[in-house]
Design a protein around this ligand. Structure first.
Ligand SMILES: Nc1ncnc2c1ncn2[C@@H]1O[C@H](COP(=O)(O)OP(=O)(O)OP(=O)(O)O)[C@@H](O)[C@H]1O
Length: 229
């Protein structure tokens, strides 16, 4: 424990309910700079809600979320959007790409939203597509990509702005094991190269094994000893 890096992201005593359904009941979690943490647990244990609270997508009812020492749960909506654009990369199981845009335009979009000119944004986007082996598919729309290609494009989009934290909710959940391994190898390799921290949700022990540490949730709280890989 003592040699763990200082937390970059931390959740303390998080509580969140949807109507009368409790999703989080006192969850605590820390992710260090450059650390890869897998969150596992049964369906309904609160994994996605925890990730959404940490990424500033959902506001908790109680407890605190800090990023780089600052309170995320208290930020107004406009500052939250800015933080998500500049410091966070987010990836989901599927459906995250804009269906009407080509692969390269999907990846260029976060850069353009941050003020990069279209040409330069597309050039950077192509570099990331190349890195993940999907440059040939750059002019295809998401519906024309295989599941694995789509996730590698989504990964390029999550990483193109150089985030300090990548939040990935079941990024391999819809893939067969070979495509899943390719996505995980790409995600972990890119995170290690850039020093980004990763918070990864998975049901799959093989996917969790890519992480430095595994945290298990049950009924909205962390259970058991944290397992170091
Ligand atoms: N938007 C929502 N509206 C109502 N209830 C919700 C909502 N999101 C989550 N819940 C409920 O909160 C609880 C925790 O859900 P959450 O999605 O965080 O769990 P999970 O561990 O990610 O589940 P899964 O592995 O099935 O994705 C569940 O009981 C779920 O039904």
């Amino acid at each position: 424990m003592s040699n763990r890096p200082a937390p970059l992201v931390a959740a303390r005593d998080l509580v969140k309910s949807y109507g009368r359904t409790p999703a989080l009941r006192g969850a605590c979690l820390e992710v260090g700079e450059g650390e890869i943490v897998a969150v596992t647990g049964a369906s309904g244990s609160g994994k996605s809600t925890l990730l959404h609270c940490l990424a500033g997508i959902v506001r908790p009812d109680g407890g605190t979320v800090t990023y780089d020492g600052k309170r995320v749960d208290l930020l107004p909506e406009d500052r939250l959007s800015e933080l998500r654009r500049t410091d966070f990369g987010v990836m989901f199981q599927f459906g995250q790409l804009i269906p009407e845009l080509t692969a390269v335009d999907n990846v260029a979009l976060p850069l353009m939203l941050a003020g990069t000119a279209r040409g330069a944004a597309q050039e950077r986007a192509e570099e990331w597509l190349e890195r993940f082996g999907v440059r040939e598919q750059k002019d295809l729309c998401p519906g024309e990509l295989s599941g694995g290609q789509e996730q590698r494009v989504a990964l390029a989009r999550a990483l193109v702005t150089g985030p300090r934290v990548v939040f990935a909710d079941e990024p391999t959940g819809a893939l067969d094991s070979l495509a899943g391994e390719q996505v995980m190898t790409a995600l972990v390799g890119a995170a290690r190269a850039s020093g980004a921290a990763v918070l990864l949700i998975t049901h799959d022990a093989k996917v969790a094994a890519y992480a430095d540490r595994e945290v298990r949730l049950r009924d909205g709280a962390v259970v058991g000893a944290e397992v170091s890989a």
